[in-house]
Ligand binder design. Structure first.
Ligand code: AKB
Length: 323
């Protein structure tokens, strides 16, 4: 009975550039392992894991571009739930569009087909980056115009639509949350919202930070704990309560200036300068305020962290982790 439970509840986390061992994946695996047992959550990547990631539970090599290899894993480990974080994020995707197409689009084709063939439940995150300059920016509703101008955004709209299609056409249990910038102690991974992570890493050590976005650039954000709660709650919501497969979620919206002034309450000698680069163009096309009322109504989503609590918690964790 127990063994059956283990196999039928095995969760499979895939990672390429941002995922299993990336900002979301590591933390997500910790949470799921606590809830479902370490052995039931398999973390995967194509890069060498750290000692820490190996100590928490099983880890295997998996390449999302190798469909046969993925089939073998699903069969051998009797996987029944797939969480697919693999993606090149917005800024890094613009630097290597062909690779972003392979990882974000071809990789997604592989995992969705795998999920269909083996009747796996599948979660794929989307992003505020799935919107573009033609979308309403304040607030950005769940259903509206989506014409993103980054390959990352284009690949995420594609994933949302293909996932919905597989759900309606083949009955696939596809679920997707559109996340805003996620803030955690893990190092930033090539996104446009990363300044809000980097300022803690660089600013708290060197007492200086050069921001690549203009001071008034407002973007939606969420603290990692809230992000994981949203994910966990959403994954566990019964199908009949979901009115859609793709939901916006968020916790707050702030500008670099607002974040830095909150951080200065803890680090008064922090010196900030601004040198906007190409990421400004991306940020200017994204939502400023994200409307997640559908998630709040349908499955009871509620955030706990506002800007003040987020900064307090980040400062505390950074001091603990890096002292
Ligand atoms: C990025 O900035 O690319 C990501 C995101 C908002 O999806 N953090």
């Amino acid at each position: 009975m127990k063994i059956l439970f283990i196999f039928t509840n095995t969760i499979f986390l895939l990672y390429f550039h941002e995922g299993g061992l990336g900002q979301l994946g590591t933390e997500c695996a910790k949470l799921l392992r606590k809830k479902y047992g370490s052995e039931n959550v398999i973390l995967s990547d194509i890069i060498k894991p750290t000692e820490e990631s190996l100590s928490n539970g099983p880890f295997i090599f998996a390449d999302i571009l190798d469909f046969k290899g993925l089939q073998k894993i699903v069969v051998n480990y009797r996987i029944d739930w797939l969480i697919h974080f693999s993606a090149l994020l917005s800024a890094v995707g613009e630097q290597n569009v062909p690779l972003a197409v392979r990882v974000n689009i071809e990789g997604m084709h592989n995992v969705i087909e795998l999920a269909k063939q083996y009747k796996l439940r599948i979660f794929i995150p989307s992003t505020i980056g799935a919107f573009g300059p033609d979308s309403p920016r304040n607030p950005t509703p769940n259903v509206t115009i989506q014409r993103p101008r980054t390959i990352y955004g284009v690949s995420k709209v594609h994933a949302e639509l293909l996932g919905e299609y597989y759900h309606h056409r083949f009955g696939l249990d596809f679920r997707c949350l559109r996340f805003p910038g996620v803030i955690s102690c893990d190092p930033p991974g090539g996104g446009t919202t990363d300044y809000a992570v980097a300022v803690f890493h660089e600013g708290m050590v060197t007492r200086r930070y050069e921001c690549y976005l203009e001071p008034h650039t407002r973007l939606p954000m969420i603290y990692i704990e809230d992000c994981l709660s949203a994910l966990f709650q959403f994954l566990n919501t019964p199908n009949q309560r979901l009115r859609r497969r793709v939901y916006n979620v968020t916790a707050m919206s702030f500008t670099p200036e607002e974040l830095f002034s909150e951080l200065k309450k803890h680090v008064p000698d922090l010196k900030i300068s601004y040198k906007p680069d190409g990421r400004q163009y991306i940020a200017d096309s994204w939502p400023q305020v994200f409307d997640d009322s559908d998630a709040r109504r349908d499955w009871g989503w509620e955030h706990k962290y506002n800007l003040e609590k987020l900064v307090e918690s980040m400062v505390h964790d950074m001091k603990k982790n890096f002292s």
